[in-house]
Design a protein around this ligand. Sequence first.
Ligand code: HEM
Length: 494
Amino acid sequence: MDIGATTLILLVTCVSCLLLFLSGKGQKNRGHLPPGPRPLPLLGNLLQLDTKDMAKSLLTLSECYGPIYTIYLGLQPCVVLCGYQAVQEALVKQAEEFSARGDLPVVFRVTQGNGIVFTNGEKWKVLRRFALQTLSNFGMGKRSLEERIQEEARCLVQELAQTQAAPFDPTFLISRATSNVICSIVFGDRFDYEDRNFLIFVGLINQFFRLLISPWTQMYNLFPSPMSYLPGPHNRIFENFEQLRLFVSERVKMHQESFDPNCPRDFIDCFLLRMEQENQDPLSYFHMETLVMTTHNLLLAGTEPASTTLRYGFLILMKYPEIQAKVQAEIDRVIGRHRSPSVEDRVLMPYTDAVIHEVQRFSDVVPMGLLHAVTRDTQFRGFLLPEGTNVIPLLFSVHKDPTQFKDPATFDPAHFLDERGGFQKNDAFMPFSAGKRICLGEGLARIELFLFFTTILQRFTLTPLTRPEEIDLSPLLNGFEILPRPYEFHAVPR
Ligand code: HEM
């Protein structure tokens, strides 16, 4: 933890102390939580955690305290689930109880309980069902999801061709491509890669994720009451959020002006239609603020993890050129060089499928999942978790579980292949989490990863600027999300 953050902790500690004392909040009944490391007053276990490598330090604590233990993030107890068995038992076997979203004050301040990702109860169920149905309807009639992604993959290839194999950092280009896929679903069309508004928008999304994991934002989450009165860098995330909200609101306004209820063009139109249908219902969840926030959720969740996975995947394939060559050989055999890859090709390409699964397992881009909570007082492995207790399903620990993967520290597509080279499922594959909160965009993301990887490797061989052995696959950051180290490559036409 840096010095600025530590100073701030000390500052807010006194104020928190006073507020807590006045509110009596600290006296709440905590049920019978699993044991864990002894917390310090007010700071909890913060100083025992490496904020730059959070997932790993939580996994290390499980060596001492077992697969379920409690840590205190400031004053908030939080139950950590480690390893496949514990995560699966909670999220899948006791799915209903573990389906609430945990309390992140910074997010609550911006969403005000609207949208999907940070909503609970009936509102979450209704909005999630609506979004899933609307996404799946894009598979019928008009342009399918697959066609939209194929179009985007072709644009990405054109852009890479323009580099003429010169050293190129793909980070921002890949973010624009994954963002365009979800923009096309939500707004009805993709943006040109150089569109000024689009560049600002994708820049804001990237910045949002950086701010979300910053120590200042974490500080706000730990001590929201005093921090909300203080000026300082923790307020940047609110400014960023406001700009994103304005961008989305403007698009919604444009949709309203040309809205035709008989011909919904995209996600926003479908939502506007539902608003119209339910406008006499005072209990309806379909109104302007939920529309803006749901759209905002889809745009953010739909951009970042998919682009980070692709970026990590390309780095891995450069470190292991023999694996890249085997994927290309399979592409040549099944698809050839002249037509666009399609989703139907996947079942005929077990090696490529295994490589993409292994990229997701190994890169683990959302290592701690998103914070969950229990919906009611919950018995779990002999403990009692009171309603609302925060839960971290440590997905990272599932993917590193030696009982589920032969050699978890090594990148090896054989983790998803049987002896005959066929694709082999593994229930411990959980990059999209599991249970009732499982990623809403899983289907979309899986198509996206397959089509982007295959379309690029069909046209290019990716080569590093250094020798493959020198590529460092360890993450730059391992917290709420995992980021690969920055790199450049040569996209050499095949
Ligand atoms: C490789 C790409 C992706 C990965 C690894 C990923 C991973 C995740 C994870 C781990 C969660 C948390 C689940 C939980 O709370 O247990 C999540 C939630 C979510 N994801 Fe994704 N995601 C990806 C792509 C997408 C895409 C493309 C969309 C766009 C539709 C999307 C939309 C969402 C939404 C809306 C939620 C919240 C679900 C809820 O709270 O009910 N994700 N994702």
